[in-house]
Design a protein around this ligand. Structure first.
Ligand code: 13P
Length: 270
């Protein structure tokens, strides 16, 4: 990505780096070790102009909130249910997550779409409930391998954007973080399965076009668009910096605070 184009896409706002811890950190002892290592790694590095959002499993939310008191650190959850309360065994709602200490929620993650069949319509409902409870939604949008292969990647991205942001107004949209997360690039160790910085930037521009067309040109500068999919300390420059993204959603490497802090530092610097 050429410097000029990168500058043109740059905005004067904090970047956001979120950790999607997924279904990891299995014991309280492991959690304690994670806290210690996270604090140590972030103390060692100069991480500036970045909001860090840690999204652990629900059971750890309160403890993350109490134990991680560093500046610009927030806690998020990985999902909420599309109703506020009632007979929905096993589910957690937006007001519960907020009251336990969460400020963000990841919605529409491809794991949720794949294993729990979350639809765009349900994600839309969850976005509205999240905002109502004061949670900032981080909404994952991205084509899968089949859609990419058949040349229908863009169409899939637009379909998800349309479905997820149906009946959302500009005031609500301004609070939302959009994450371009191509499903085929998640959890891969194969560099051929990573999008190039140009591909990521193209997806960002598509998303911006959707925002301009549906919410107006003024709003587009205010909505942060981040990237997720095998972000690592080794590829952060190409995946998130050269592509002029406003941050990252990190899976596997968020479990290793040494790597996670390096990613946050690199994103904050640029
Ligand atoms: P990985 O970084 O492990 O590919 O996970 C990406 C992801 O799913 C973040 O939500």
């Amino acid at each position: 990505m050429k410097n000029l184009a990168r500058k043109a896409l740059k905005k004067n706002m904090n970047k956001l780096v979120a950790a999607n811890i997924k279904m990891n950190i299995l014991t309280l002892a492991e959690r304690e070790r994670y806290f210690a290592s996270l604090k140590e790694e972030f103390r060692k590095r100069k991480v500036e102009n970045v909001e860090i959002v840690l999204c652990p499993p629900f059971v750890h939310v309160e403890s993350f909130k109490k134990n991680i008191k560093m500046k610009n650190f927030f806690v998020g959850v990985q999902n909420i249910f599309q109703e506020e309360k009632g007979p929905f065994t096993g589910e957690v709602s937006a007001p519960m997550a907020k009251s336990a200490g969460a400020d963000y929620v990841i919605l529409g993650h491809s794991d949720r779409r794949k294993y729990f069949h979350d639809t765009d319509e349900q994600i839309n409902r969850k976005i509205i409930l999240a905002l109502k409870s004061g949670l900032t939604p981080i909404v994952c949008i991205g084509e899968n391998a089949g859609e990419k292969k058949s040349g229908k990647g863009e169409e899939a991205v637009f379909r998800q954007l349309k479905g997820c942001f149906k009946n959302i107004n500009s005031v609500q949209m301004e609070k939302i973080i959009v994450c371009y997360e191509p499903v085929w690039a998640i959890s891969t160790n194969n560099p051929d399965h990573l999008p190039t910085s140009n591909e990521i930037m193209t997806a960002k521009l598509l998303m911006k076009k959707f925002i301009v067309d549906n919410f107006g040109a003024k709003l587009v500068e205010k909505v942060r668009i981040i990237y997720g999919g095998s972000v690592s300390s080794a590829n952060v420059e190409e995946s998130c910096v050269d592509s002029a993204m406003d941050g990252a959603l990190v899976g596997k490497e968020s479990l290793a605070p040494f790597q996670f802090a390096k990613i946050a530092e690199a994103i904050g610097k640029n």
